[in-house]
Write a protein that binds this ligand. Structure first.
Ligand code: GNR
Ligand code: NI
Length: 169
């Protein structure tokens, strides 16, 4: 297992569109293991392959308190969505920035596990929000793009300022 570096907004590689997984081989199993380790270490409740510069439709999520419910979500498609919910979101690729994003309240997902076996998942609450957040990453979209352009400018300047401060230490 290995920790993978996480790309930070506004890195242009976060805009790449992920392609479906076609081979469920040992390389995919290793990617899933490394992504789970990276997510738990961050710590985060989800991670999309896009964030570790792998442009395949692979997501890991664990919204449990005790890291006991890892969900491996490959080639996801939302087949039903209902309701509306606005919640505060954050992103490992946009450190220390949090803001409200409108999402569907409930989603039904079709996906495959690490062996390629298809399954259906019904989600609400934080899991539903996280699924939508991660699926956006696979389409090259980061949550700050839902904010006003003024807020997006502030986020970019904050992250630039922080990068400058980090270089200085
Ligand atoms: O760790 C994360 N927390 C979170 C909180 C609210 C809504 C979405 C998320 S996902 C985020 C991890 C991440 O950046 N995944 O892409
Ligand atoms: Ni994110």
């Amino acid at each position: 297992m290995a920790l993978l570096p996480i790309l930070e907004y506004p890195d242009p590689r976060l805009k790449k569109i992920a392609t479906p997984v076609t081979a469920f081989d040992s390389a995919i199993k290793r990617l899933v293991d490394d992504m789970a380790e990276t997510m738990y270490a961050a710590p985060g409740i989800g991670l999309a392959a896009t964030q570790v510069d792998v442009h395949k439709r692979v997501i890991v999520i664990d919204v449990s308190q005790d890291k006991s419910d890892l969900k491996v979500i490959i080639n996801p498609e939302i087949v039903a969505a209902s309701g509306q919910a606005v919640g505060e979101e954050g992103c490992l690729s946009v450190p220390e920035i949090y803001d409200r994003v409108p999402r569907a309240e409930r989603v039904t997902l079709q996906a495959q596990d690490a062996s390629g076996t298809p399954y259906t998942l019904e989600a609400d609450g934080l899991l539903a929000v996280c699924i939508q957040h991660e699926m956006d990453h696979l389409q090259g979209k980061v949550f700050v793009e839902y904010l006003s352009s003024l807020k997006q400018m502030r986020v970019k300047s904050k992250l630039k300022k922080r990068a400058r401060e980090h270089r200085a230490d």
